[in-house]
Design a protein around this ligand. Structure first.
Ligand SMILES: [Zn+2]
Length: 248
């Protein structure tokens, strides 16, 4: 199929126009115009590019693409290597960042809710990307961490009393530790995100709201995978999700 058509469809599906983001959403590097094989992954690292090329990818779909606001603007060093690799092979690079956190079915936070047994009540935070609601089965913090570890295949870091009962929870995938203050305002028992900063630990302790850092990569594996599967089913493409492990 025409990559252009897939981009138009996905841009509408994820309502890309409604977000202010720190990177371009949609096509980041133009490759061949016809695509048949789509490979998805969390981050457009060189390891993913190589694995995708080996899998015969015509397009790579990621959550973390390139060209971030704070990036060096020149094409030198690692950026040159990565770009050269894609351009020589005419592989498209397609990235969706905040719109893929927020989508109510395919997004990272909706997919996390499915895997972790959370009911979504509503959305919060800047651009309404985070979600909050209730646990389908309330458990103590320690048990919740065991469930998270089983679901995401990574041991989370938890700050809080292990026997604290968790009924209401807010969550936001990736590097959303700064949303903890808003989560406290919501009156939840716990907040789950990917990463943690030193100061976040004190805020969690002093508020009594449990904080769970479940991994940036681990919490963002599922949106891009769900989107890749959706696009493959919609357009009859071959799709493979390639997980390049990242402990953070
Ligand atoms: Zn992220």
């Amino acid at each position: 199929m025409e990559v252009k058509y897939l981009l138009d469809y996905t841009g509408q599906l994820l309502e890309v126009a409604r977000f202010r983001d720190y990177c371009p959403n949609g096509l980041q590097v133009e490759g061949r115009s016809q695509i048949r094989t789509l490979v998805s992954g969390v981050s457009a690292s060189q390891a993913l590019l190589e694995a995708a090329a080996a899998a015969g990818a015509d397009a790579i779909l990621v959550h973390h693409g390139w060209f971030w606001k704070s990036d060096e603007a020149r094409v030198v060093g690692i950026r040159r290597q990565r770009l050269k690799f894609l351009l020589e092979r005419e592989i498209n690079l397609i990235a969706y960042h905040l719109p893929l956190d927020a989508h109510p079915q395919l997004g990272n936070n909706a997919q996390l809710a499915q895997r972790l047994g959370f009911n979504i009540e509503n959305w919060f935070g800047e651009q309404q990307i985070g979600a909050y609601g209730t646990l389908q089965t309330p458990v103590v913090l320690q048990a919740l961490c065991t469930n998270v570890e089983q679901a995401l295949q990574r041991r989370p870091l938890a700050i809080g009393e292990p026997q604290r009962e968790i009924r209401r929870i807010a969550w936001c995938s990736g590097g959303a530790q700064n949303y903890l203050a808003q989560a406290i305002e919501l009156g939840v028992d716990a907040f789950l995100t990917g990463e943690v900063s030193e100061h976040t630990v004190h805020l969690a302790r002093e508020s009594g709201v449990a904080f769970i850092a479940a991994g940036h990569h681990a919490t963002e594996r599922y949106g891009v995978q769900a989107l890749g599967e959706h696009l493959a089913a919609q357009f009859g493409l071959t799709h493979r999700f390639l997980d390049i492990d990242n402990p953070v």
